[in-house]
Design a protein around this ligand. Structure first.
Ligand code: SF4
Ligand code: SF4
Length: 94
């Protein structure tokens, strides 16, 4: 297990023109714009987990990126920890 970046659509403001994470990610074709949803998304297999995208997104006060563990064998992100944290705050998840 290792951590990768994950964009939470509800907080991402790419539809307003933000591209900070895409500009700062050092990996090519790793964090991209979904032109249908107009939200950034991470290509899990390319993400190195450096957190630079999260740093710049947080610095701009968008707080749309979380780091979540990914199963190296299946390539699936485990968002359960995040869900538990949010549930713990008494907020609905999803
Ligand atoms: S920096 Fe944050 S708000 Fe901006 S496009 Fe990336 S994820 Fe969305
Ligand atoms: S954690 Fe690093 S490699 Fe992964 S999407 Fe963010 S900036 Fe790119």
């Amino acid at each position: 297990m290792y951590n990768v970046a994950y964009v939470e659509d509800e907080s991402c403001v790419a539809q307003k023109g933000c591209r900070l994470c895409i500009m700062y990610c050092p990996e090519a074709d790793c964090i991209k714009l979904d032109t249908t949803k107009m939200k950034a998304y991470v290509v899990v297999s390319r993400c190195k987990g450096c957190e630079l995208c999260k740093v710049v997104c947080d610095a701009a006060k968008h707080n749309a990126i979380i780091m979540a563990p990914v199963n190296g064998a299946t390539g699936e992100i485990d968002l359960s920890k995040r869900a538990a944290e949010v549930a713990g705050l008494g907020q609905a998840y999803q």
